[in-house]
Design a protein around this ligand. Structure first.
Ligand SMILES: Nc1ncnc2c1ncn2[C@@H]1O[C@H](COP(=O)(O)OP(=O)(O)OP(=O)(O)O)[C@@H](O)[C@H]1O
Length: 269
């Protein structure tokens, strides 16, 4: 572990997300112990580790789906303790939407438009009376929906049903729905698992574009070439403990990280 390098990288930006001494126990099993790391504003940090390391558990704590046994998570100065997932989303910390959040019988465009409507409420009376203000607001939302579809690269699917998209594009629609909430930080849990190399390449380019907009990104991912190619910093868990943290070039040469991955006979970091 190369603490001085990691500390310098983290200090260059204001802290957006702070995981503070988090522990999660499931009965007698310690899934995570004393996890402590930060993600800077606009930074892309990946959380990696062998199977069972505690990544999904950490992700669920950060997004409000699981209460930590100890410690806390703070986003932009607000402790997330006790908040429900939708309350965490309201703070701008948004996880990508799963397959189950897509309305299969609505078009891709309608799905994104509904996502935007959840954020921007056009007055009901104004809408019913079709007042100019509501018509204008609706036109703006439609343009925003097109912008999001163009950004994620599925505008050519706009008029197809949400349920009809191939796997890789369903994932992209999940990102589009997340972007419709206008997140300041995006959390992605194994976004490229099951994607082919072309789809993965497209996804990496999409993440780069989202970063250019200044969005903070926390990625939980198994695909090492992707993680090492795209991350500002990498945080490595093993058996629920943080074992390394730093830029990809440092982490992938860390003896403890190499041991952890070789130990489970998986692809080396
Ligand atoms: N709800 C639960 N109840 C009991 N044990 C759990 C629960 N969820 C996770 N665990 C255990 O906690 C540990 C960490 O699991 P977790 O799923 O967070 O790891 P992971 O790093 O995401 O693994 P993978 O890469 O295989 O998805 C594992 O030992 C797992 O069996």
């Amino acid at each position: 572990m190369n603490a001085p390098v990691a500390a310098t990288a983290a200090l260059e930006r204001p802290v957006a997300l702070s995981i503070e001494h988090v522990a999660v126990h499931f009965g007698g099993l310690v899934a995570i112990s004393d996890l402590h790391f930060t993600v800077g504003e606009g930074e892309l940090v990946s959380l990696i580790g062998p199977n069972g390391a505690g990544k999904t558990t950490a992700f669920n704590v950060i997004t409000g789906f699981l209460r930590p046994t100890k410690g806390k998570v703070v986003y932009r100065g607000t402790p997330l303790t006790g908040l429900k997932p939708h309350e965490v989303t309201k703070l701008g910390l948004v996880r990508t939407f799963q397959r189950t959040s897509v309305f299969d019988s609505c078009t891709v465009f309608e799905n994104v438009l509904m996502g935007l409507h959840r954020r921007v409420h056009i007055g009901l009376v104004a809408t019913i009376l079709a007042l100019p203000s509501s018509t204008r607001a609706e036109a703006e939302l439609r343009e925003q929906a097109w912008e999001i579809l163009r950004l994620v690269g599925i505008e050519h699917r706009a008029s197809e049903l949400g349920g009809s998209l191939p796997y890789g594009e369903q994932r992209l629609l999940g990102v589009a729905l997340a972007l419709a909430t206008n997140p300041s930080a995006l959390l992605l849990d194994e976004p490229v698992s099951g994607m082919n190399p072309t789809e993965t390449g497209n996804f990496v380019r999409l993440l780069a574009k989202i970063r250019e907009r200044g969005t903070t990104i926390l990625l939980v991912e198994h695909d090492m070439p992707m993680v090492m190619g795209i991350s500002d910093r990498v945080v490595v868990l093993n058996n629920g403990r943080l074992i390394a943290e730093g830029p990809p070039s440092v982490v992938q040469n860390d003896p403890e990280v190499i041991r952890a991955y070789l130990g489970q006979g998986a692809k080396s970091a």
